[in-house]
Ligand binder design. Structure first.
Ligand code: RRO
Length: 376
């Protein structure tokens, strides 16, 4: 049986699959269901300093892409119970009693809020790590911090030099990047600070999904603009995991999230360098049993491939150097006018004929016989 054990920020997890912050993570009941499943850890909904209701409904919808995983769009607007709930004795001990590591996500509405939440969470025994979410796309009037590099730098500077910092590992949840200079810039900032892991990536912000039948946006808040998740984002998540695995300091772990619905999806993110994989949209649609199923599928796939642990293939994605197996035969009507003979162009045939003629001419000129050729 293949082992799914891993470590994130030095914390040992029995299973490399766990939940993303967001879907089904707002209440102790939901968090306990995750803890009771095979999920390797339990991560809270991103907390704000005070409890808030979030954006008006409907604010989360799924829409199809293939059979396996739906796409999703959300503009939840950080509905959550407030930091004191997520770090309360009730929640922390409920998860602790399931012998699962508890990670708390913070998404303050200001730097002061983040620092205050950080100092409260750092003091609580039973919280394994803090995940600072710099990429919520859904707060009207608030830009995505991970896209404002100067602000991101300033926030990380303030957080990591705050007197409360240091007793627990800090992770940072990033927005998806799309341009190489942006990957490089983000990585050079992150590499300056004592963070222990990054999560790649949050939803793709400010997407718009249209309900053609009713000629309206699919969700209500922010005129329909929201974070795109699910199957649509997997290639973006793979690219971000790959890039950051190569650009970040070796001691910063990368956790992958985006469009994971199967063991194969998780395998792909690990192949790109992820030390663990979070599940968001699929957790929403399937419930906490998705962690059992995806883990089982990953384990079966690893066994089939002969891998006993995720370290045997993590980050080992190969570039595609393969030539196509057979050069395609260009049909006569579709070729470029040079003609073809079973894939060999007319130009090649002409070159071969010319070579033979020159050889025959030279042989006659210098009276070379077949015996001479054999003697060579
Ligand atoms: O609550 C949300 O609207 C939300 C958050 Br905090 C986030 O980080 N990502 C997202 O897609 N939605």
């Amino acid at each position: 049986m293949a082992s799914l054990k891993t470590t994130v920020a030095g914390i040992a997890l029995d299973c490399c699959i766990y939940n993303a912050s967001g879907p089904r993570t707002g209440t102790v009941n939901a968090l306990v269901k995750i803890g009771e499943s095979r999920s390797g850890a339990v991560l809270s909904k991103s907390a704000t300093l005070l409890c808030q209701d979030g954006n008006p409904l409907p604010r989360y919808k799924e829409f199809p892409l293939g059979d396996a995983c739906p796409g999703s769009i959300n503009s939840e607007g950080l509905p959550n119970q407030g930091i004191d709930y997520y770090i309360s004795e009730e929640v922390v001990s409920a998860i602790g009693s399931l012998a699962k590591h508890y990670f708390v996500s913070l998404s303050g509405l200001s730097l002061a809020d983040n620092l205050e939440m950080l100092s409260r969470a750092m003091k609580v025994q039973g919280i394994a790590a803090i995940e600072l979410n710099l990429a919520c796309p859904n707060i009207p009037g608030k830009p995505t911090m991970a896209y404002d590099f100067e602000q991101m730098d300033a926030v990380l500077q303030a957080v990591t030099t705050h007197p409360s910092f240091g007793s627990k590992p800090l992770g940072v949840k990033l927005a998806p990047y799309f341009d190489v200079p942006h990957f490089q810039r983000a990585a050079s900032i992150l590499n300056k600070y004592p963070i222990k892991y990054v999560v790649c990536t949050n939803t793709i912000g400010n997407a718009l999904v249209v309900d053609a039948e009713n000629e309206q946006a699919l969700i209500k808040p922010k005129a329909g603009f929201g974070g795109l998740g699910g199957a649509y984002v997997k290639p973006i998540a793979l690219a971000n995991v790959r890039q950051f695995s190569q650009l970040l300091r070796e001691d910063i772990d990368v956790v992958g999230v985006g469009g994971v619905a199967s063991g194969t999806d998780a395998f792909e993110l690990i192949l790109c360098g992820a030390k663990a994989v979070q599940v968001g949209t699929k957790h929403w649609s399937e419930g906490a049993s998705c962690f059992n199923r995806i883990s089982e599928e990953l384990s079966v796939l690893m066994t089939k491939k002969g891998y006993k642990s995720i370290e045997e293939f993590r980050g080992k994605l190969k570039e595609n150097f393969c030539r196509p197996k057979a050069a395609p035969v260009v049909p006569k009507a579709a070729n470029d006018g040079q003609g073809s003979a079973g894939g060999i162009s007319a130009l090649h045939v002409l070159q071969i004929v010319l070579c033979i003629l020159v050889a025959v001419f030279l042989a006659r000129e210098f009276k070379v016989t077949s015996k001479d050729v054999a003697a060579l």
